[in-house]
Design a protein around this ligand. Structure first.
Ligand SMILES: Nc1ncnc2c1ncn2[C@@H]1O[C@H](COP(=O)(O)OP(=O)(O)OP(=O)(O)O)[C@@H](O)[C@H]1O
Length: 669
């Protein structure tokens, strides 16, 4: 146990720290997390402990620096940045600690400026910072300073995150090409991808050739560009190639294929699409049997260990597979990507599918986007190989390093779902291009019948919510009739998306407004009789709920959607569609959850709805970015109804998600 005198002394010491006082103040104002402050305190006390001579002004200055920079790295991680880009501390527009989504200008102006001044940054203090016990240029201390190729100190990391980033960069830099018989593979690809009528490049065939000849590839493309279509052909090609190459006695030994995705829902969707497409392929029954009949979350694939952030599968115990397909890869955060690559077997192929323009992972990093930065021209050697395999000549750059990241990328550009006449397709493109005037003209173009746009006003807002409540009516009548599957399907066809959590434009306010309307029209009945009289209950027939925390015991995962219906004995149950069939859970046993008429765009990632309603707030908020608007709009399969305030929408389209990381630079060398 700590000596009470020592404890008192250390508390006293900490109160002497201007930086810690300022950080405590920001924590009280809810501008930084208690976790950020705790980390700063830890670094501060480490430095003080290390310096027995407390009187030394330099020692206490170092402790202050450690606390300040440590807190900043932690705050940045909380905002999704992998590191602190040191030059942004000097050139950035606002105070680095306060550039948070929660800070309004009014709040900024009302803060104690004297305390804030204690958290100012000055690049000249870096040499002294580098002398601290917790800081190093090597990845051996809690904080790591990194120099660029030119020798300047550019980034600061939490040790663990530097290792994750470096692990990914190393894996990619190895750039393993997989040796194949080009002629044999070219023949197989010709059989699976019919030649285009006009001889134009078939980007799907090209993507297949890329994926089959490298240990890790990324196929990026917007919705409906044929990622699944391409993947089943990649797998078919691998099976056929394997069959043709192995000696007769091994002909029955088929490649081991695994499917995974960041969420259970995305994994189930991929499995369903792949299984649905297998019958269209020119394969015999044995070969079809090589297609997996299950898909798992990345977490489950890697094998979680109780009370341990590491997985069972890693470099020493790699995954048992020949090819791994991972869908919705834009949702993979930096730690998960590092652990996934670490667990890949030396001979295995990893194919990442995703849309690089979508919102990045909730946790730190934007790995898919970073990996796709060199998308464009292939190296000369790679371009020649791809021509041999596909017959197409592709863009090439003589400067590109052979088998650098650019040689592992493929971009599917033609959306089969959103053709020439699709407003949703045109809108998604205009948003991605950042062209606010085009976004506006698509929204006002009456010839696009799949897009309904409504400029915000209080009256229109109210009418729209009534329309949305009506759109949920048929689903609720299935729920009342105990048509379990029909109710779940009908619910999956309509959804209201929003950007925020609180207020009239947030999940909570919108859910309540819809529930109130449904209740007023008598569509739902929230009243229950209890011993204490008639009360309003949260649980009623037709309530849709979304799980917000994994419950491994129940087999329910974050994002799973269930609908409340009665069982044969008229007891309320929450019904879920699961891989094993229909699952019924008692309301009292439900893990953390929320009502799901409305959901955030973040939570909707990996899902699509026939009719998507999308309501943007009436004033700009830092969460409103191009990526968020694009992701929301592209959840719509056949119809989009969007309510927006024109200036807010155009500002949102101009605002991009920025995530600091060193990965892009590391992949260049
Ligand atoms: N080359 C092609 N020829 C004919 N049909 C195609 C082709 N490519 C894709 N399709 C069809 O276009 C539709 C969308 O393709 P697919 O589902 O593979 O796209 P995706 O990129 O996986 O979509 P999502 O956004 O749902 O992930 C499917 O019906 C698919 O069969």
């Amino acid at each position: 146990m700590q000596n009470p005198n020592t404890q008192l002394k250390s508390q006293f010491d900490m109160r002497q720290s201007g930086v810690l006082s300022a950080l405590s103040y920001l924590t009280e104002q809810a501008l930084i997390r208690p976790l950020d402050l705790e980390f700063a305190r830890f670094l501060w006390s480490q430095e003080i402990k290390h310096n027995s001579n407390l009187a030394s002004a330099e020692a206490s200055q170092r402790a202050e620096l450690c606390a300040k920079y440590g807190a900043l790295v932690s705050v940045y991680l909380g905002k999704g940045h992998v590191c602190v880009q040191l030059e942004s501390l000097i050139s950035g527009p606002t105070h680095p600690f306060l550039d948070t989504e929660k800070t309004s200008y009014r709040q900024l102006a009302s803060l104690d400026q004297d305390l804030l001044s204690l958290l100012a940054f000055n690049i000249d203090e870096l040499p002294l910072l580098a002398d601290c016990i917790s800081v190093s240029y090597e990845p051996i201390k809690p904080l790591m300073l990194e120099k660029s190729q030119q020798g300047q100190v550019t980034r600061m990391y939490l040790n663990r995150y530097w290792h994750y980033e470096e692990g990914i960069a190393k894996f990619v830099r190895k750039g393993q090409s997989i040796k194949v018989d080009d002629v044999a593979l070219a023949n197989i690809l010709d059989g699976l991808f019919p030649s285009t009528a006009d001889g134009s490049v078939d980007y799907q065939k090209l993507a297949a050739a890329v994926a089959l000849t490298t240990s890790m590839s990324v196929i990026t493309g917007g919705p409906g560009t044929g990622k699944t279509y391409t993947v089943v052909r990649i797998l078919a090609a691998l099976i056929q190639y394997h069959h043709a190459q192995v000696a007769d006695e091994n002909a029955d030994k088929l490649p081991v294929i695994k499917l995974a995705a960041p969420t259970g829902k995305a994994a189930a969707r991929m499995l369903e699409s792949i299984r649905g497409a297998v019958d269209t392929l020119p394969l015999d029954e044995t070969q079809k049997a090589a297609f997996p009949d299950s898909a798992s979350t990345l977490h489950r694939l890697l094998g979680p260990k109780p009370l341990d952030a590491n997985f069972k599968h890693n470099q020493k115990n790699p995954l048992h597979l020949d090819i791994l397909i991972v869908d919705e890869a834009s949702m993979i955060d930096l730690p998960m990507m590092a652990k996934l690559l670490d667990a890949m077997p030396g001979h295995g192929r990893l194919v990442l599918l995703g849309d690089r323009d979508q919102l990045a992972s909730v946790e730190a990093g934007a790995v898919l986007n970073d990996l796709c930065q060199s998308l464009g021209a292939y190296s000369k050697a790679r371009a020649e190989q791809l021509q041999r395999l596909t017959g197409f000549s592709v863009d090439m750059s003589v400067d590109a390093k052979p088998y650098g990241m650019q040689d592992s990328l493929a971009w599917l550009r033609v959306s089969r779902r959103f053709g020439e006449h699709s407003g949703i397709g045109h809108l998604a493109k205009a948003i991605n291009d950042g062209l606010a005037h085009k976004v506006n003209s698509v929204l006002h173009d009456a010839s696009f019948s799949d897009v309904e746009s409504i400029e915000y006003s209080q009256a229109e807002y109210s009418v729209l919510l009534t329309d949305i409540a009506k759109a949920y009516q048929s689903y609720i009548s299935f729920a009342k009739q105990q048509s379990y599957e029909d109710a779940l399907t009908a619910f999956s066809e309509v959804r209201l998306l929003c950007a925020l959590r609180e207020g009239d434009f947030g999940v909570n306010g919108l859910n309540k407004a819809i529930e109130d309307r449904l209740s007023n029209y008598g569509v739902i009945d929230r009243l229950v009789e209890t011993d204490a009289g008639v009360m309003q209950s949260d649980w009623y027939i037709g309530r849709p709920v979304m799980v917000t925390r994994n419950d491994h015991a129940l087999g329910l995962y974050n994002g799973d959607i269930g609908v409340v219906m009665t069982d044969a004995e008229h007891r309320l149950r929450v019904y879920f569609d699961s891989a094993e069939g229909l699952k019924a859970v008692l309301p009292s046993r439900m893990p953390e959850h929320e009502t799901a008429y409305a959901m955030t765009v973040h939570k909707s990632q990996g899902s699509e709805f026939d009719h998507t309603y999308f309501v943007l707030p009436d004033r700009l908020n830092p969460v409103l970015t191009r990526e968020l608007v694009y992701t929301g709009v592209t959840r719509a399969k056949t119809k989009l109804t969007m309510m927006y305030e024109p200036q807010v929408l155009s500002d949102a389209v101009a605002q991009r998600v920025q995530r600091f990381s060193g990965l892009q630079e590391k992949l260049k060398y």
